[in-house]
Design a binder for this molecule. Sequence first.
Ligand code: GLN
Length: 533
Amino acid sequence: MKKYIFVTGGVCSSLGKGIAAASMGTLLESRGYRVAMIKIDPYLNVDAGTMSPYQHGEVYVTDDGAETDLDLGNYARFTKSPLSKANSITTGQIYQTVINKEREGRYLGRTVQVIPHITDEIKAQIVRMGSIPDIDITIIEVGGTVGDIESIPFLETARQCIHEFGRENVLSVHLTLVPAVSGDELKTKPTQHSVKELREIGIQPDILLCRAKRELDESMRRKIANFTNVNFESVLSAMDVNSTIYEIPLIYHKQKLDEIVLKKLGLDLREAQLEDWRSMVEGYKNAEKTVTIAMVGKYIDLHDTYKSVDESLVHAAMGNRVKVKIVRVDAEKLEKGAVADEVFAGVDGILIPGGFGERGIEGMIIAAKYARENRIPYLGICLGMQIMVIEFARSVLGLQGANSTEFNEKTPHPVVSLLEEQEGVTKLGGTMRLGRSATHTLPETFIRSAYGQEVVWERHRHRYEFSNSYRHSLTQAGLKISGLTSDGTLVESVEWPGQPWNTGVQFHPEFTSSPTSPQPLFRAFIEAAAQHG
Ligand code: GLN
């Protein structure tokens, strides 16, 4: 029998449900079980692709080109779960499927309703994932907070799964908040209420993860257990960590979370192999040197906008046995005259991540120019590569006003532009070059030595490309093309000549990095930054 774990959240959002679910995945994998992770987002958007980073943080892209919630990135960093479109479920997508079936007449004249048709569709998607032969346990994170109107069909589905498949096969794990009110006194009432709400829907949680400032003492845990009908041993503390999020699985392991889960699911307690994970965390905590990276973008106020890039920098630092400090630089400040020497004082590397739209572009060009002229290691991702090309065209080739047609349709020198076949595409949802494809790296380039192999597979999410009509003049002027698509028609990566480590890539290397296997480009970038200065 396949096993399922539903992870829900109570009291309020942003308690770290994604990390909790992912950590459970890490621990179960460490005991030799194969895990699949599913994220349910109760919003009506079909996918996260058209959502503003201001609203929703980063869009995480899978190999098959799904534009998903950033929690899938957490899954990728904490587990080996296969990740594709099927691992991300939204209300919009479920309704779209059901309505399409209804239009095809597949419900044979019946009234189509939330229960059973919507819940059946949700269940079918979860079970389809769980039924993959390799998978032992499927962890389903239900987005939102218990009590939200939007989550009801998903919680009802969880209830039905528990009822149909049995409590020994389906677990409910509830992450809740135990706030400190006056001073240090922790309060259990919000947790009692949130479990009550869950029980009203018909779900008795098996395990409670209590987010709190500090570890809960025994009496507090007993009190919560008593009020919620959860075993005392299954009321665990999810206390704040200030070292690294990668310590969280170890904190849960210490409280026997994996053991409790396996016992409840009737699975063997294989030994946990956590040595690599533990040494990775310890290595990072004990690293002495700190490398400072300036990340220049426009969405800098928000914490989660460049989540995978931030985490990839941390992984690369782990791989180089240093710590990393990320300084966010608002590109618009540079445009408005901030002195670059001051902004970049003490910086060991400059990174320009992906982005869309015109705002902040000129500031990014100033940053790229500064990196090139001051010989600072540079990594440009997607937009960050396009910026490199524009800057080089203007400064070195002297093409005044060179630009991408995304930012200036009438530029005299469109060094970055749409492919001809894309012109005329007006829809915004799902019209980009998306997902995994091959890049052929060229010999004697930074990208080749970072990966150590000719063909590399990475994910894309963009519309515009390096213009082939400028390939000749830009390379004549010294810009080095370091990677191409398999057919050689599109430029995938470039580097500046005669400079310390620098690379711009049209793809997104940040989606394939994990703490135990840092992504090669980030690794090489941090290595160069550590040697800088
Ligand atoms: N806006 C650019 C494009 O569409 C870059 C996209 C990105 O950085 N993800 O090509």
